[in-house]
Write a protein of this length. Structure first.
Ligand SMILES: Nc1ncnc2c1ncn2[C@@H]1O[C@H](COP(=O)(O)OP(=O)(O)OP(=O)(O)O)[C@@H](O)[C@H]1O
Ligand SMILES: [Mg+2]
Length: 229
């Protein structure tokens, strides 16, 4: 399980997370929600070690993550699909995938099972990442994160700006990964998706948890109070 406790995170001297606390049970599908600017991406960046400074504690299966430098977080078991996808446009699909594998495992092999999840990537291995469509880049970002062999997969709005049939495909892959035991921590603004897929949720306000619990407790009232709908 991933335990986030009294987590503060700073951009320079400005604090963007304020004592954020929740637990992601092992093997669960956990959805983080909230309006623009409440700190969802900052939370992901803090978990990955991309912030200027953090205080508090983050533990994965009991092991402290906050003291680990950023380049060791993938090896500690975190896979990251950033908001906006973060594909290296001038590298090929293959090279983007190899980077993911290297970061997480120190080895460059591309696991065939990951390509089986996204057959389009196998067909486009030698294309420039920048020449893929938005939906294809999102699939590449997920595949790249999976090649690091994560225990916990972090995804930041993976369905943002993507056409519905690819959204469905991405949802199916995430659900299948979760069924096979992977813990998923996802930032997702689509309430329908959250209710279908997640077991637990947290709603953020101003860098802290405003509401948290089993997905059945995500009432319409909470959605209206804490989301832009
Ligand atoms: N690089 C940065 N430097 C300084 N402040 C930042 C930086 N990035 C984000 N912030 C601030 O931190 C707060 C949280 O931003 P964050 O990107 O985490 O929000 P978010 O919940 O992911 O929003 P969105 O739904 O728009 O993606 C905001 O007030 C934002 O202005
Ligand atoms: Mg964001």
């Amino acid at each position: 399980m991933l335990e986030i406790s009294r987590l503060d995170a700073y951009y320079g001297r400005s604090r963007a997370l304020n004592g954020l606390t929740f637990v992601v049970p092992e093997g669960s599908f956990f959805c983080v929600m909230g309006r623009n600017g409440v700190g969802k991406t900052t939370l992901m960046r803090a978990l990955m070690g991309h912030m200027d400074r953090c205080e508090g504690s983050v533990r994965l299966a009991g092991a402290d993550l906050l003291s680990l430098p950023r380049h060791l977080r993938p090896r500690a078991g975190l896979g990251y699909v950033p908001q906006g996808r973060g594909i290296l446009a001038d590298l090929t699909v293959r090279e983007n995938l190899i980077l993911g594998a290297l970061c997480g495992t120190g080895r460059s092999a591309i696991d065939d099972r990951v390509l089986d999840l996204f057959p389009i990537l196998r067909a486009f291995l030698d294309r420039r990442g920048g020449d893929l469509s938005g939906g294809q880049q999102q699939q590449l970002a997920i595949a790249r994160a999976l090649l690091a062999r994560p225990k916990v997969l972090l995804l930041d709005e993976p369905t943002e700006g993507i056409q519905p049939n690819i959204v469905e495909q991405i949802e199916d892959v995430l659900l299948a990964l979760n069924r096979s035991g992977m813990t998923i921590l996802i930032v997702e603004q689509n309430v329908g998706f959250a209710r279908r897929a997640a077991q637990r949720f947290a709603l953020l306000e101003r860098g802290a948890v405003a509401a948290e619990g089993p997905i059945a407790a995500l009432t319409d009232d909470l959605v209206h109070r804490h989301m832009a709908v």
